[in-house]
Design a protein around this ligand. Structure first.
Ligand SMILES: NC(=O)c1ccc[n+]([C@@H]2O[C@H](COP(=O)([O-])OP(=O)(O)OC[C@H]3O[C@@H](n4cnc5c(N)ncnc54)[C@H](O)[C@@H]3O)[C@@H](O)[C@H]2O)c1
Length: 356
């Protein structure tokens, strides 16, 4: 018996109405505690159990969540019929195995980004969730921030116009991973935000990167995405930068957006700026570039913690009250783009078509 605490003996038939959704967290390393804290503090969910292979991590979990039962053996958690859903916050290379086992045990799943480390694995997970009739959500946390939610409203209202380009920088010092490179670690954040806002099909990806610290793992990379239309996207991800920058510029025909997550306030600025060619009065064969530099607006943003919003949303998706904002299909699209970027990286930067 590997449980460190006895399980509560109360028998529950199923969650319904006011009964909280009982969630088990698998993986209590760096990110798992943030999910556990938000699950424990949300009224509609209950942090029922935590599984981690490390006794040290379990000791930390016991101190923070004395009411949850703990185990080093994930099979115990998955076998518990009183657990409705699991959160998988383990390293990416373990996601496929754990999620498949969770779905086959009848659990709803919220899994960390990236959904999987290959397209084949991600497709299998999405297909299995569909066949099991269970929710499969991916923690693309930034979709639940006040800034991205506000940007989504601008896009839905047609206020940005045609998107010309999407340019993002996500750089900082660390946290170095050993199994996955900086693309797999950081780019899912920006690619998921872009796909959430602008769901245009990506045609191809070119990526270059370099290894300066660990001989096997790229710590810096530049990705360029080509679309069917004229839009262009670029992502700069880097674990070896002296300062933390999380900045995205989106150029639209009507408005331009600057999203700077590093700003304490005014994270989002909306510029009424643009440019167009116009003929001069004197000479119809000459054209001039006319610039538009109108107002700059910093909209008020909701301040709720992104993970708190996401946990509440996950509960509603499981209960069938909301459509998933970040379901398995979005996770699969992200993996398709990242895998194409990885292949491009290995080919020296040649454009690689994104799997349909
Ligand atoms: N959404 C975000 O903003 C965000 C931020 C950081 C990390 N993440 C993601 O979270 C995931 C975990 O990252 P991390 O930095 O917390 O990693 P980590 O290495 O700090 O923690 C992972 C934990 O999982 C445990 N674990 C591994 N295999 C297990 C198994 N089979 N059963 C039980 N426990 C197991 C390990 O013992 C460890 O404590 C990754 O997918 C990462 O991409 C997301």
């Amino acid at each position: 018996m590997t449980s460190l605490l006895t399980r509560p003996s109360s028998i529950r038939s199923t969650f319904a109405g006011a009964v909280p959704l009982r969630i088990g967290v698998i993986g209590y390393g760096y990110w798992g505690p943030n999910l556990a804290r938000n699950i424990a503090s949300h009224a509609g969910t209950e942090l029922a159990a935590i599984a981690d292979l490390s006794p040290k991590r379990l000791a930390g979990a016991r101190a923070a969540h004395p009411g949850a039962w703990l185990t080093a053996d994930v099979r115990e958690l998955l076998a518990d019929p009183e657990i409705d859903a699991v959160v998988v916050a383990t390293p990416p290379e373990t996601h496929h195995d754990l999620v498949v086992r969770a779905l086959e045990s009848g659990k709803h799943v919220l899994v960390e980004k990236p959904l999987a480390t290959t397209i084949a694995d991600a497709e299998e997970m999405v297909d299995l969730a569909r066949r099991c009739g269970r929710t499969l959500s991916v923690d693309h946390t930034f979709l639940f921030t006040g800034a991205v939610r506000r940007m989504k409203r601008y896009f839905e209202a047609g206020e940005v116009g045609d998107v010309y380009y999407y340019d993002s920088t996500r750089i900082n010092l660390g946290l170095f991973q050993h199994q996955t490179n900086v693309i797999w670690d950081l780019a899912p954040h920006d690619i998921s935000i872009m796909l959430h806002l602008i769901d245009d099909p990506v045609r191809s990806v070119s990526a270059v990167g370099a290894r300066h610290v660990d001989a096997n793992v790229e710590n810096i990379a530049y990705l360029t995405l080509q679309f069917e239309g004229p839009m262009l996207a670029h992502f700069h991800v880097n674990w070896l930068a002296p300062t933390k920058v999380r900045r995205t510029i989106i150029g639209g025909s009507k408005k331009m957006l600057v999203y700077d997550d590093g700003e304490a306030s005014e994270k989002l600025k909306v510029y009424d700026s643009g440019a167009k060619l116009c003929a001069t009065d004197e000479d119809i064969y000459r054209t001039l570039v006319e610039y538009r530099t109108g107002d700059v607006l910093a909209p008020r943003l909701e301040k709720a913690e992104a993970l708190a919003v996401e946990v509440a949303h996950f509960e509603n998706v499981v209960r069938g009250l909301e459509a998933p904002l970040s379901g398995g299909e979005l996770g699969l699209k992200v993996v398709r783009i990242i895998e194409a970027a990885q292949r491009s990286l290995l080919s020296g930067g040649h454009p690689v078509e994104v799997a349909a």
